[in-house]
Ligand binder design. Structure first.
Ligand code: CO
Length: 137
């Protein structure tokens, strides 16, 4: 399975609005579109375009959001995950699982409308890795 392009860097934040203001002030960056809710993953998301990738700002949606614990440890927010593309999500999940990586859950539709899954940071050198099927051209 080839390691595909870096799709985005996930950054957890207590406030998407405040983070957008920061990126606007520092870099003149504007959001790709308005924030939207990903109910199944318990997060509110807003994407910021870069020429070669994106930033994915994620804010907890509800008190049982998986991002809540991260923000308890990192109250100002922080880098949460990196997302790599692969050509075929189920093949990637099977291969990483066979190599001993703890794969978190079944593939589900992510912020970009294609299936994703996460790999436990303990099996990826301390980095929470999101694997995402490349969008069809
Ligand atoms: Co992500």
């Amino acid at each position: 399975m080839p390691l595909g392009r870096l799709n985005h860097i996930g950054i957890a934040t207590p406030s998407i609005e405040r983070s957008l203001e920061l990126y606007r002030t520092m870099f003149g960056a504007e959001p790709h579109g308005p924030p939207f809710d990903l109910q199944a993953q318990g997060v509110r998301v807003c994407l910021v375009d870069m020429p070669n990738s994106q930033i994915e700002l994620i804010e907890p949606l509800g008190s049982d959001s998986p991002v809540v614990r991260f923000l308890e440890k990192n109250p100002a927010g922080g880098q949460h995950h990196v997302c790599f593309e692969v050509p075929e999500i189920h093949a990637a999940r099977a291969e990483l699982g066979a190599k001993g990586a703890r794969v978190l859950g079944e593939p589900r539709i992510g912020a970009h409308g294609t299936p994703v899954f996460f790999v436990h940071p303990k099996d990826m050198g301390g980095v929470l890795v999101e694997i995402m099927e490349s969008p069809r051209a």
